[in-house]
Design a protein around this ligand. Structure first.
Ligand code: ADP
Ligand code: MG
Length: 229
């Protein structure tokens, strides 16, 4: 499966925003994006339907022709973790179900998966976001808010990814609240400690071309990735 698993250092850091921008950028390059947000809690109820806002945004950005239920089959209203929300609905999600929800028949499609919460957030009864990324064998894009404290968050995530054997495509330092401190240079501070590509995402800004190229390059160069190891 070609694609990327988008996780974050927290909820609300911009996973969906980056997913949307990335899906649009890839679509502009005529890459067929297959969006997946296998489980979404905090859905609005319209009539008798649960509307998954993230999944809908990703579907629209990708110009995905499939059904919304293919993008997000597991939807819950309570704005709590997916596992708790499922329990409240007397359902028990498994990683296997989430893997199936992400799979598709399109060999040429680029699968863009957004997790829920962060890498170690539980996503099912038997697994974390990391377990789903591992099962899908997808490289990971880590979104973090560019703020004081982010170095700790990013380094912890990088170590966890390493332990899981997950490859890190890059780190997006996002500015979702237009609150970047001009005295900080988290990108430089991360690069000094981690051998990884770091991309800055401005508030309401365009996605970096370098990030889009990197995401595409990772798919096509598994051999060079292995050589680095
Ligand atoms: N770069 C950005 N510029 C402007 N608004 C942003 C940016 N990144 C995120 N946001 C906003 O911040 C909020 C949280 O982002 P979201 O992508 O939903 O986070 P997550 O998916 O990690 O929970 C949303 O309202 C989103 O529109
Ligand atoms: Mg989201």
């Amino acid at each position: 499966m070609q694609g990327v698993f988008i996780t974050g250092t927290d909820t609300g850091v911009g996973k969906t925003q980056i997913g949307v921008l990335l899906a649009k950028a890839l679509s502009r390059k005529n890459i067929k994006v297959i969006p997946r947000k296998p489980v979404e809690s905090g859905c609005k109820i319209i009539g008798s339907t649960l509307i998954p806002a993230d999944a809908l945004a990703l579907k629209q950005a990708a110009g995905y022709k499939g059904e919304l239920r293919e993008v997000c089959p597991y939807r819950f209203a309570p704005p709590v973790s997916p596992v708790r929300a499922a329990q409240m609905a007397n359902k028990a999600l498994t990683t296997e179900q989430l893997v199936k929800a992400c799979q598709h028949e399109d060999g040429h499609g680029f699968t863009l998966v957004e997790g829920a919460g962060g890498l170690y957030s539980p996503m099912s009864e038997d697994g974390l976001n990391a377990d789903l990324a591992m099962a899908l064998k997808l490289p990971v894009l880590l979104v973090a808010e560019d703020k004081l404290g982010v170095l700790n968050q990013v380094l912890l995530n990088a170590e966890a990814l390493d332990m899981c054997g997950l490859s890190l495509v890059g780190i997006v330092l996002n500015n979702p609240n237009n609150s970047r401190d001009r005295y900080m240079d988290n990108a430089a501070d991360i690069k000094a400690r981690l051998d990884c590509a770091v991309f800055k995402q401005n508030y309401c800004g365009n996605i970096s071309d370098d990030l889009v190229s990197k995401v595409i390059a990772v798919q096509t160069s598994p051999v060079s990735e292995l050589l680095v190891l």
